[in-house]
Ligand binder design. Structure first.
Ligand code: UDP
Length: 475
């Protein structure tokens, strides 16, 4: 049997106040016909990284709605996770080929995991490339299979993409964070665009009073009388921690008392973490104003919560990024963010909200300094960032999107890129459901159809290449 991950209990009612009553009612209505349905989510790690974060919150809520939702993880040896990380990097565009031996390692581990998947489910959702081969090795039976890709696969390394693509042919649906990420020759007909979301009630995001947050950071050695810049991320080259250190050093020329915290986690399926950790420590060169913390030294959800709350600026200097939950986490806490203009990040900070999007170390440093030196502008930006997260990136919205997909799969409705059957109006670029009061503010007509957008950013992307957004998928 695959290893199950224990999750807590959660009730949808506890989200009243953070989600509108109409959204909560809609969720109940949509879940009603799905009661008793057996849904399995499978990924590669129970901690570290955004996918485990999402599942830990979404699975208990599905159960509260009467769906029998389980979460299991695959297992593998070191060699397997080296290969899956190479595949992950290749799908994000890294120059890398897989040897015959590495392909065999992937196949052998996938086959072993497939034989461990013994129970019967109606819907099986496999997350990211690590799990992508399970369907082919297991066989479909009567379940519907969904591949949920969380990474930026817009410009994959062709060799690695071809290898993974061959495992995808039988899926009933694929889910991507943005339409841009859908590779043109994806062999799956039904494609959904569903951006992730944060759980406002999880220990990482719940309201932490200022005094407690300060105690938490004081305890681990952060100097609270100095301005603080923080990046919270797996230690991964795509998150560019070394670039963060360089940008911080540039910013410190203008703000000498500034300190930096790099908070990183080691995930079970990410063997690169230790090498990056070593590089960070070498670059840090024992500078007492650069702190490095990890989950292995006890920096967990509450500490991350305190960092995201008390930092003067949160940085997310990614070079590639599927979504970057950490951006919404910081914005939700009213903290301004300086982040790489890549992947799903501009979606969260569309139209200049929340802080600054940057393209280089120099721009990162300049944006940090400006946010530190112009408190009134900064607090306006932070407020707008929090509002955007409240409107679009909280868990109940994500759950609504996921229930819509499950309902469509169970009822074999056509591809949901034509969302008219849902009675929900969605932005065609980011896929987000638009509340009644948001509709009509930004719109475009294409081929006689009207499209509505959540932001100027999405409208701009649509107008630049409308065909892309109306043609993805089979409808
Ligand atoms: N995270 C954490 N501790 C750390 C580093 C990261 O709890 O030291 C969490 C972070 O708060 C976020 C998730 O891991 O919830 C990372 O998700 P994101 O989408 O930003 O990036 P991913 O790791 O999935 O690429």
């Amino acid at each position: 049997m695959l290893q199950s991950v224990d999750v807590g209990r959660r009730t949808l009612d506890s989200y009243r106040g953070v989600a509108s009553d109409s959204l909560i009612e809609e969720l109940r209505r949509r879940a009603e016909p799905l009661r008793g349905l057996r849904v399995l989510q499978i990924n590669a790690t129970p901690y570290g990284g955004g996918v485990s974060e999402l599942l830990r919150s979404a699975v208990p809520l599905m159960n509260d709605l009467g769906i029998m939702a389980d979460w299991k993880i695959i297992s593998g040896d070191d060699a397997f996770f080296q290969v899956t990380k190479a595949i992950h990097n290749g799908l994000q565009g890294a120059e890398r080929a897989l040897s015959d031996h590495e392909r065999e390692v992937f196949r052998a581990n996938t086959e072993r995991n497939a034989t461990l998947l013994e129970e019967d489910y109606d819907i099986i959702v496999l997350h990211d490339p690590q799990t992508a081969g399970l369907l082919q090795m297991h066989g479909k039976d009567h379940a519907r299979w969904v591949w949920r890709c969380h990474i930026d696969t817009s410009k994959p390394n062709p060799g690695i993409w071809t290898f993974i693509k061959d495992f995808l042919v039988d899926y009933d649906a694929a889910v991507f964070t943005m339409a841009e990420f859908v590779p043109p020759d994806l062999p799956i007909e039904r494609v959904e665009i569903i951006p992730p979301a944060i759980d406002p009630l999880s220990p990482k995001n719940l309201l932490l009073d200022d005094r407690t947050a300060r105690q938490v950071l004081d305890w681990i050695g952060v100097q609270l009388n100095r301005p603080l810049v923080t990046q919270v991320s797996r230690f991964d080259p795509w998150k560019d921690p070394l670039g963060v250190i360089q940008a911080y050093r540039l910013a410190r020329e203008r703000v000498p008392e500034l300190q930096l915290a790099l908070v990183g986690s080691m995930a079970l399926d990410d063997p690169e973490g230790w090498e990056i950790y070593r590089q960070i420590n070498a670059a840090r060169a024992n500078d007492p104003l650069i702190h490095v913390f990890t989950n292995l030294t006890g920096v967990g959800n509450i500490e991350v919560n305190a960092f995201q709350r008390l930092s003067d600026v949160v940085v997310q200097k990614s070079i590639r990024e599927g979504f970057g939950l950490v951006v919404s986490e910081a914005l939700w806490k009213g903290t301004p963010v300086v982040a790489g203009r890549v992947g799903g990040i501009p979606l969260q900070m569309a139209d200049g909200v929340g802080g600054a999007l940057v393209d280089s170390n120099e721009e990162t440093a300049a944006a940090i300094v400006r946010l530190l030196k112009e408190p009134e502008r900064t607090s306006r930006l932070a407020e707008s960032g929090r509002a955007r997260v409240r409107d679009h990136f909280l868990l109940p919205r994500l759950l609504l999107n996921e229930l819509s997909l499950i309902g469509a799969l169970v009822n074999e409705r056509p591809s949901t890129r034509d969302w008219s059957h849902e009675g929900v109006v969605r932005d065609p670029v980011c896929g987000m459901a638009l509340e009644a009061e948001e509709r009509g503010a930004r719109s475009a007509t294409y081929q006689g159809r009207e499209f509505l957008f959540c932001s100027e950013y999405c409208e701009f992307r649509f107008r630049s290449d409308p065909e892309r957004y109306v043609s993805t998928g089979s409808s």
